[in-house]
Ligand binder design. Sequence first.
Ligand code: 13P
Length: 255
Amino acid sequence: MNRRMLVAGNWKMYTTSGEGALLIEDLAPLVDGFWDDVEIAVCPPFTGLKAASTVIELDHLTLSLGAQDVHWEAEGAFTGAIAPRMLADLRCDYVIVGHSERREYFGDTNETVNKKVRATFDAGMVPIMCCGETLATREAMETDSFVRAQVMEGAAGLSAEEAATLVIAYEPIWAIGTGRTPTPEAANDVCRSIRATIGAMYGPPAAKACRILYGGSVKPENAAMFFSEPDIDGALVGGAALKADSFADIAKAAR
Ligand code: 13P
């Protein structure tokens, strides 16, 4: 089974709506013709989704669109929150769910991550479910069991078909925004274990089909090393996704 590479840019809380639209316009010519080999997604803040969606549509760009979070309820009195169908309405393909920054600063747990995963699928989009360990967990040699538990709880209750389309981003917390990374082999070990966990939950076809991304200080200089690993199907990129040329260079490495 050939999994399609996916390179997704998580713009976090950095871009206004206008800046995001410009970034897409800068990026588009640099990744023209990449689509057959690698899927490229941009994930602006909520306020940038409408402009991004409009640029992608009007310019007929082959870019996927993702949001950075979602509420699990279909609607309701949840001031400040965004419902899944609001994102689907803006033609989002993906929703990043359970990013470590959401877990750390906004109280996301494996249980709420699981509800968001469910709600994202129910609205016709695909979750990019994040997992990853702290430095303390890594130093205690508990990475594998910690990440497996995140996957088992976060991805519980899916159909095998849903599990096959799920995207999981392995992002060691100590590698995010730090310039530090695991070796590609060490990252692949965790990604292989994540795939085995999906296999145990949903069977070998789902394990073979689901895409597992590496995230954490991915740069043009190191991307190819991660992409050459067998269980790494792309990247979730933070800082380097905010510049069109560095993000395009990462996508080029995935071709
Ligand atoms: P950096 O690429 O800036 O380390 O961020 C990774 C990340 O958190 C993507 O979701």
